[in-house]
Design a protein around this ligand. Structure first.
Ligand code: HSE
Length: 296
Protein backbone atom coordinates (compact mmCIF):
# COMPACT_ATOMS: atom_id res chain seq x y z
CA UNK A 1 0.00 0.00 0.00
CA UNK A 2 1.27 3.51 -0.88
CA UNK A 3 0.88 6.00 1.99
CA UNK A 4 1.02 9.73 1.33
CA UNK A 5 1.29 12.54 3.88
CA UNK A 6 0.20 15.99 2.69
CA UNK A 7 0.57 19.27 4.63
CA UNK A 8 -2.08 21.94 5.06
CA UNK A 9 -1.35 25.25 3.38
CA UNK A 10 -2.04 28.91 3.93
CA UNK A 11 -2.46 30.82 0.68
CA UNK A 12 -2.30 34.54 -0.11
CA UNK A 13 -0.40 35.45 3.12
CA UNK A 14 -2.07 38.85 2.98
CA UNK A 15 -1.26 40.68 -0.23
CA UNK A 16 -0.10 37.73 -2.33
CA UNK A 17 -3.52 36.86 -3.70
CA UNK A 18 -3.35 33.70 -5.84
CA UNK A 19 0.46 33.82 -5.80
CA UNK A 20 1.94 33.23 -2.31
CA UNK A 21 1.43 30.23 -0.06
CA UNK A 22 3.18 28.22 2.64
CA UNK A 23 2.90 24.74 4.09
CA UNK A 24 2.28 24.08 7.79
CA UNK A 25 2.47 21.09 10.13
CA UNK A 26 -1.11 19.82 9.92
CA UNK A 27 -1.55 16.75 7.73
CA UNK A 28 -3.96 14.72 5.66
CA UNK A 29 -3.13 11.12 4.80
CA UNK A 30 -4.07 9.20 1.66
CA UNK A 31 -3.41 5.45 1.41
CA UNK A 32 -3.76 3.77 -1.97
CA UNK A 33 -3.77 0.17 -3.16
CA UNK A 34 -4.86 -1.29 -6.48
CA UNK A 35 -7.63 -3.87 -6.29
CA UNK A 36 -10.50 -5.14 -8.47
CA UNK A 37 -13.15 -2.65 -7.36
CA UNK A 38 -13.44 0.94 -6.17
CA UNK A 39 -13.55 1.21 -2.40
CA UNK A 40 -13.15 4.56 -0.64
CA UNK A 41 -13.12 4.86 3.14
CA UNK A 42 -12.52 7.58 5.71
CA UNK A 43 -10.41 6.10 8.48
CA UNK A 44 -11.37 8.98 10.79
CA UNK A 45 -15.12 9.08 10.12
CA UNK A 46 -14.99 12.48 8.34
CA UNK A 47 -17.77 12.39 5.71
CA UNK A 48 -16.28 12.10 2.19
CA UNK A 49 -17.68 11.00 -1.18
CA UNK A 50 -17.14 7.26 -1.55
CA UNK A 51 -17.88 7.02 -5.27
CA UNK A 52 -16.18 8.21 -8.46
CA UNK A 53 -16.91 11.84 -7.53
CA UNK A 54 -14.24 11.57 -4.80
CA UNK A 55 -11.48 14.09 -5.58
CA UNK A 56 -8.62 11.75 -4.63
CA UNK A 57 -10.07 9.07 -6.90
CA UNK A 58 -10.46 11.54 -9.78
CA UNK A 59 -6.80 12.53 -9.45
CA UNK A 60 -5.62 8.92 -9.34
CA UNK A 61 -7.69 8.18 -12.45
CA UNK A 62 -6.30 11.27 -14.17
CA UNK A 63 -2.71 10.09 -13.66
CA UNK A 64 -3.48 6.55 -14.81
CA UNK A 65 -5.21 7.88 -17.96
CA UNK A 66 -2.33 10.29 -18.63
CA UNK A 67 0.16 7.43 -18.36
CA UNK A 68 -2.04 5.11 -20.45
CA UNK A 69 -2.43 2.61 -17.61
CA UNK A 70 -5.71 0.81 -16.98
CA UNK A 71 -7.20 1.32 -13.52
CA UNK A 72 -9.40 -1.64 -12.70
CA UNK A 73 -10.13 -0.60 -9.16
CA UNK A 74 -8.56 0.89 -6.10
CA UNK A 75 -8.86 1.09 -2.34
CA UNK A 76 -8.49 4.64 -1.08
CA UNK A 77 -8.18 5.37 2.63
CA UNK A 78 -8.31 8.97 3.78
CA UNK A 79 -7.53 10.72 7.05
CA UNK A 80 -8.64 14.35 6.80
CA UNK A 81 -7.15 16.37 9.62
CA UNK A 82 -7.30 19.53 7.49
CA UNK A 83 -10.79 21.00 8.00
CA UNK A 84 -12.78 21.46 4.79
CA UNK A 85 -13.65 24.85 3.29
CA UNK A 86 -11.67 26.76 5.94
CA UNK A 87 -8.84 28.20 3.80
CA UNK A 88 -6.24 25.62 4.80
CA UNK A 89 -5.88 23.80 1.48
CA UNK A 90 -8.09 20.76 2.11
CA UNK A 91 -8.97 20.35 -1.58
CA UNK A 92 -5.36 20.83 -2.63
CA UNK A 93 -4.40 18.12 -0.15
CA UNK A 94 -6.84 15.70 -1.82
CA UNK A 95 -5.58 16.62 -5.29
CA UNK A 96 -1.91 16.37 -4.34
CA UNK A 97 -2.47 13.16 -2.36
CA UNK A 98 -4.15 11.53 -5.37
CA UNK A 99 -1.57 12.74 -7.89
CA UNK A 100 1.53 11.89 -5.84
CA UNK A 101 0.10 8.57 -4.68
CA UNK A 102 -0.90 7.47 -8.19
CA UNK A 103 2.47 8.51 -9.59
CA UNK A 104 4.20 6.47 -6.88
CA UNK A 105 2.02 3.43 -7.64
CA UNK A 106 3.13 3.62 -11.27
CA UNK A 107 6.84 3.90 -10.39
CA UNK A 108 7.04 7.72 -10.65
CA UNK A 109 6.81 8.25 -14.44
CA UNK A 110 6.00 11.96 -13.88
CA UNK A 111 8.41 14.55 -12.50
CA UNK A 112 7.52 16.72 -9.52
CA UNK A 113 7.31 19.73 -11.85
CA UNK A 114 4.68 17.88 -13.93
CA UNK A 115 2.66 17.22 -10.78
CA UNK A 116 3.00 20.90 -9.76
CA UNK A 117 1.54 21.94 -13.13
CA UNK A 118 -1.29 19.39 -13.06
CA UNK A 119 -2.26 20.19 -9.45
CA UNK A 120 -2.37 23.96 -10.04
CA UNK A 121 -4.36 23.56 -13.25
CA UNK A 122 -6.90 21.40 -11.44
CA UNK A 123 -7.16 23.92 -8.59
CA UNK A 124 -7.21 26.96 -10.89
CA UNK A 125 -4.55 28.79 -8.84
CA UNK A 126 -1.12 27.65 -7.69
CA UNK A 127 -0.90 29.17 -4.19
CA UNK A 128 -2.17 26.14 -2.22
CA UNK A 129 -1.28 23.18 -4.42
CA UNK A 130 2.37 24.17 -4.97
CA UNK A 131 3.36 24.56 -1.30
CA UNK A 132 1.33 21.43 -0.49
CA UNK A 133 3.56 19.51 -2.90
CA UNK A 134 6.88 21.19 -2.20
CA UNK A 135 6.58 22.58 1.34
CA UNK A 136 8.08 25.86 2.54
CA UNK A 137 7.11 29.25 1.20
CA UNK A 138 6.19 29.30 -2.47
CA UNK A 139 5.88 32.25 -4.82
CA UNK A 140 4.09 31.07 -7.93
CA UNK A 141 2.53 32.16 -11.22
CA UNK A 142 0.28 29.85 -13.26
CA UNK A 143 0.51 30.64 -16.96
CA UNK A 144 -0.91 28.44 -19.74
CA UNK A 145 -0.88 25.31 -17.62
CA UNK A 146 2.66 25.81 -16.35
CA UNK A 147 3.65 26.99 -12.87
CA UNK A 148 6.64 29.35 -12.65
CA UNK A 149 7.70 29.21 -9.03
CA UNK A 150 10.35 29.54 -6.38
CA UNK A 151 10.21 27.50 -3.20
CA UNK A 152 12.08 28.85 -0.20
CA UNK A 153 12.65 27.14 3.11
CA UNK A 154 11.55 29.25 6.05
CA UNK A 155 13.39 29.47 9.39
CA UNK A 156 11.99 27.40 12.26
CA UNK A 157 11.67 30.39 14.60
CA UNK A 158 8.07 31.16 13.59
CA UNK A 159 4.76 29.65 14.63
CA UNK A 160 1.61 29.74 12.53
CA UNK A 161 -1.49 30.00 14.67
CA UNK A 162 -4.65 28.89 12.90
CA UNK A 163 -7.80 30.44 14.36
CA UNK A 164 -10.49 28.33 12.71
CA UNK A 165 -14.14 29.45 12.79
CA UNK A 166 -16.91 26.91 13.31
CA UNK A 167 -18.32 27.59 9.84
CA UNK A 168 -17.23 26.85 6.30
CA UNK A 169 -16.50 29.43 3.63
CA UNK A 170 -16.45 27.93 0.15
CA UNK A 171 -13.72 29.39 -2.07
CA UNK A 172 -16.19 29.87 -4.93
CA UNK A 173 -18.45 31.99 -2.74
CA UNK A 174 -15.51 33.94 -1.25
CA UNK A 175 -14.26 34.70 -4.78
CA UNK A 176 -17.66 35.96 -5.84
CA UNK A 177 -17.36 38.64 -3.14
CA UNK A 178 -14.37 40.20 -4.95
CA UNK A 179 -14.64 43.19 -7.31
CA UNK A 180 -14.03 42.69 -11.03
CA UNK A 181 -11.74 45.71 -11.18
CA UNK A 182 -9.56 47.62 -8.73
CA UNK A 183 -7.95 51.07 -8.88
CA UNK A 184 -4.36 51.25 -10.17
CA UNK A 185 -3.13 52.47 -6.75
CA UNK A 186 -4.56 49.35 -5.10
CA UNK A 187 -2.61 47.22 -7.59
CA UNK A 188 0.59 49.01 -6.57
CA UNK A 189 -0.37 48.71 -2.89
CA UNK A 190 -0.62 44.94 -3.26
CA UNK A 191 2.27 44.11 -5.53
CA UNK A 192 4.73 45.98 -3.30
CA UNK A 193 3.44 44.19 -0.21
CA UNK A 194 3.35 40.74 -1.81
CA UNK A 195 6.99 41.12 -2.82
CA UNK A 196 7.84 42.40 0.67
CA UNK A 197 6.09 39.42 2.32
CA UNK A 198 7.91 36.84 0.26
CA UNK A 199 11.39 38.27 0.75
CA UNK A 200 10.87 39.30 4.41
CA UNK A 201 9.70 35.86 5.46
CA UNK A 202 12.68 34.31 3.73
CA UNK A 203 15.25 36.77 5.08
CA UNK A 204 13.73 36.82 8.61
CA UNK A 205 12.88 40.52 8.48
CA UNK A 206 9.79 39.83 10.54
CA UNK A 207 9.28 43.50 11.45
CA UNK A 208 8.01 43.97 7.86
CA UNK A 209 5.32 41.30 8.02
CA UNK A 210 2.51 43.43 9.44
CA UNK A 211 2.74 45.99 6.64
CA UNK A 212 3.25 43.22 4.09
CA UNK A 213 0.09 41.37 5.18
CA UNK A 214 -2.13 44.37 4.45
CA UNK A 215 -4.04 44.03 1.22
CA UNK A 216 -6.66 45.61 -1.00
CA UNK A 217 -7.48 42.74 -3.34
CA UNK A 218 -9.48 40.36 -1.19
CA UNK A 219 -9.40 40.80 2.58
CA UNK A 220 -11.45 44.02 2.73
CA UNK A 221 -14.19 42.23 0.79
CA UNK A 222 -14.04 38.95 2.69
CA UNK A 223 -13.73 40.18 6.27
CA UNK A 224 -17.45 40.82 6.54
CA UNK A 225 -18.12 37.18 5.54
CA UNK A 226 -16.30 36.06 8.69
CA UNK A 227 -18.21 37.29 11.71
CA UNK A 228 -15.83 38.48 14.41
CA UNK A 229 -12.75 38.35 12.17
CA UNK A 230 -11.93 42.05 12.29
CA UNK A 231 -11.72 42.09 16.09
CA UNK A 232 -9.76 38.84 16.23
CA UNK A 233 -7.14 40.30 13.88
CA UNK A 234 -6.92 43.46 15.97
CA UNK A 235 -6.58 41.45 19.18
CA UNK A 236 -3.79 39.36 17.64
CA UNK A 237 -1.69 42.44 16.91
CA UNK A 238 -2.13 43.65 20.50
CA UNK A 239 -0.51 40.42 21.62
CA UNK A 240 2.55 40.38 19.45
CA UNK A 241 1.53 38.82 16.14
CA UNK A 242 4.01 39.69 13.40
CA UNK A 243 1.21 39.36 10.85
CA UNK A 244 -2.40 38.21 10.82
CA UNK A 245 -4.49 37.61 7.75
CA UNK A 246 -7.31 35.59 6.22
CA UNK A 247 -5.81 32.23 5.30
CA UNK A 248 -6.59 31.43 1.65
CA UNK A 249 -10.21 32.29 0.94
CA UNK A 250 -11.09 31.90 4.67
CA UNK A 251 -12.72 31.26 6.99
CA UNK A 252 -9.51 30.61 9.01
CA UNK A 253 -7.53 33.54 10.36
CA UNK A 254 -3.79 32.97 10.54
CA UNK A 255 -1.38 34.71 12.90
CA UNK A 256 2.35 34.47 12.37
CA UNK A 257 4.13 34.78 15.71
CA UNK A 258 7.58 34.25 17.20
CA UNK A 259 8.26 30.72 18.44
CA UNK A 260 9.05 32.41 21.76
CA UNK A 261 5.56 33.95 22.10
CA UNK A 262 4.28 31.28 24.47
CA UNK A 263 1.38 33.34 25.81
CA UNK A 264 -0.32 33.92 22.46
CA UNK A 265 -2.26 30.66 22.22
CA UNK A 266 -3.77 31.01 25.69
CA UNK A 267 -4.71 34.64 25.09
CA UNK A 268 -6.48 33.75 21.83
CA UNK A 269 -8.38 30.87 23.46
CA UNK A 270 -9.48 33.11 26.30
CA UNK A 271 -10.55 35.84 23.86
CA UNK A 272 -12.63 33.40 21.83
CA UNK A 273 -14.27 32.05 24.98
CA UNK A 274 -15.08 35.50 26.30
CA UNK A 275 -16.51 36.67 22.99
CA UNK A 276 -18.91 33.82 22.34
CA UNK A 277 -16.63 32.21 19.76
CA UNK A 278 -16.04 29.03 21.74
CA UNK A 279 -16.70 26.81 18.71
CA UNK A 280 -13.57 28.19 17.01
CA UNK A 281 -10.44 26.03 17.11
CA UNK A 282 -6.86 27.13 17.66
CA UNK A 283 -3.72 25.25 16.55
CA UNK A 284 -0.12 26.32 16.90
CA UNK A 285 1.75 24.98 13.87
CA UNK A 286 5.26 25.16 12.42
CA UNK A 287 6.42 25.60 8.86
CA UNK A 288 6.58 22.36 6.87
CA UNK A 289 9.62 22.76 4.64
CA UNK A 290 9.40 19.26 3.18
CA UNK A 291 6.00 19.08 1.51
CA UNK A 292 4.18 15.95 0.47
CA UNK A 293 5.98 12.69 1.11
CA UNK A 294 5.50 8.98 0.83
CA UNK A 295 5.65 7.46 4.32
CA UNK A 296 6.35 3.89 5.46
N1 HSE B 1 -6.02 32.32 -3.54
C1 HSE B 1 -7.32 31.71 -3.44
C2 HSE B 1 -8.34 32.73 -3.01
C3 HSE B 1 -7.41 30.58 -2.47
O1 HSE B 1 -8.02 33.55 -2.16
O2 HSE B 1 -9.47 32.69 -3.50
C4 HSE B 1 -6.35 29.58 -2.52
O3 HSE B 1 -6.11 29.01 -3.77
Amino acid sequence: MIKVQIPATSANIGAGFDSLGLAVSMYNYVNLEEQDSIEIVALDGVPIPTDESNLVYQCVKYIYDLCDKPLKGIRIEQINNIPMARGLGSSSACIVGGLVGANAMLGNPLRTSDLVNIAATMEGHPDNSTPALLGGLVTAVLENGKVYYVKQEIAEDLRFVTIIPDFELKTKFAREALPKEIPHKDGVFNLSRAALMSVSLYSRNYQNLRIAADDRLHQPYRLSLINGAHDVLEMSYKHGAYASYISGAGSTLMSIISSGNFEFEGIVREYLQENGLDGWKVNVLSIDNEGTRIIP
